[in-house]
Design a protein around this ligand. Structure first.
Ligand code: PLP
Length: 398
């Protein structure tokens, strides 16, 4: 099938829940993707912040091939070594004592909400401690449970009624958080750096206040690090820079380097309230994905690797700030999760960048979201900045 046939057949056979540009990707190598016409693209979206080690990383490929040839699946009825090793490594590198595995970011958050509800029911029997506080701009997933905590009305409205008792408080507003969190709250869920909501970092003061309020009201604090976690900010966990730890942290996107995985990390105090049968999944934590994830976690958690991410990020953000174009409102973000807020809709800019061989995405109508792989080098950053500067200049008619 050639590209046109693939695109046509997608229109005929695949449920139309995505709007895609007319390009079919065939192969990836490091920071580059190649389409069916052999055209090379600099991938500065990484499949929405997923391919942290770039495409087809040799060590990752070797681990996946080796594990696939050895054992791919047994379900959670049995023990397998890679799952246990990955859980141990995640615990050793974080605040957490226990790990629950799922298959996606939404699932990791579903598990977090279930665990928070169960913990509240166990600790405060007979009390109505079921409410959840989330924030404006949040994105926690699209399944029926976590959709209730995803802010955008357009994502929620067609599927209501969702789970009751969810309050959205304004993000980064301490007084509003104080007003929203009370003794009926069982969980507070927040992204330390919002992705979909416009690439907006939480302030340290805000996350610290949430910690205080959750302790005061015996609520569970959940940090959704599905997009911002695992090295993306230049720290292993985004919350490390904030001087505060959660009770639960969720991970997904980059963890297995492109294979589907979710992880819900918990303190022992929360884990004590959860028992056999409370949650589960057929595929989760299988040997293939966990072996892939071990490669990613071992590489990304190396302090030298993280130092390089911080250097690349500082260089990239500095170069972006030197682009002088009227339409740029702000360059913001954290590490290699960068947002450029524009005075104009960004869809035409994304299409123009793609035509020049650069892949970037949006975070809302007016914000460009740029998330290269964490191994990105200066030459690629220079190339991307040049393309962006050209595209911005063209769009402003300069
Ligand atoms: N949480 C955050 C912060 C996300 O950015 C996303 C996806 O974009 C999700 C959760 C949902 O992850 P998934 O698409 O793997 O279900």
């Amino acid at each position: 099938m050639n590209a046109n046939e693939i695109i046509q057949n997608e229109g005929s056979y695949v449920l139309q829940t995505y709007v895609r540009p007319p390009v079919v990707f065939e192969r990836g190598e490091g920071p580059y993707l190649f389409d069916t016409e052999g055209r090379r693209y600099l991938d500065f979206s990484s499949g929405i912040a997923v391919t942290a080690l770039g495409h087809s990383d040799p060590e990752w490929v070797a681990a996946v091939q080796d594990q696939a040839a050895q054992l791919a699946h047994v379900s959670n009825l049995y023990y397998t070594a890679p799952q246990v090793e990955l859980a141990q490594r995640l615990v050793e590198h974080s605040f957490a004592d226990r790990v629950y595995f799922g298959n996606t970011g939404a699932e990791a958050n579903e598990a977090a909400l279930k665990f928070a509800r169960k913990a509240a029911r166990q600790r405060f029997p007979g009390q109505e401690k079921t409410h959840i506080v989330a924030f404006s701009g949040s994105f926690h997933g699209r399944t029926m449970g976590v959709l209730s905590t995803t802010y955008k009305e357009k994502y929620r409205a067609p599927f209501e009624p969702l789970i009751p008792g969810v309050t959205f408080a304004p993000f980064n507003d301490l007084a509003a958080a104080r007003a929203a969190i009370n003794n009926q709250t069982c969980a507070v869920i927040v992204e330390p750096v919002q992705g979909e909501g416009g690439v907006r970092p939480a302030t340290a003061a805000f996350l610290q206040e949430l910690r205080i309020l959750c302790d005061e009201h015996h609520a569970i604090l959940i940090f959704d690090e599905v997009q911002c976690g695992l090295g993306r900010t230049g720290m292993l966990w985004a919350h490390e820079a904030m001087g505060v730890t959660p009770d639960i942290m969720t991970l997904a996107k980059p963890l297995a380097g492109g294979l589907p995985i979710g992880a819900t990390l918990l303190t022992q105090a929360v884990a004590d309230e959860i028992g056999p049968g409370d949650h589960g999944s057929t595929f989760a934590g299988g040997p293939l994905v966990c072996r892939a994830a071990l490669v990613v976690l071992d590489r990304v958690s190396d302090p030298a690797f993280l130092a390089e991410v911080r250097e690349s990020a500082a260089y990239f953000q500095h170069r972006l700030r030197t682009i002088e174009v009227e339409e740029i409102v702000e360059v913001r973000g954290s590490g290699l999760l960068v947002g450029i807020e524009m005075r104009v809709p960004v869809a035409p800019l994304i299409a123009a960048a793609r035509a020049e061989g650069l892949l970037i995405i949006n975070a809302g109508e007016n914000v460009l979201r740029i998330a290269p792989s964490l191994i990105v080098g200066r030459a690629e950053i220079d190339q991307a900045v040049e393309i962006l500067a050209t595209v911005f200049a063209q769009s402003s008619g300069a």
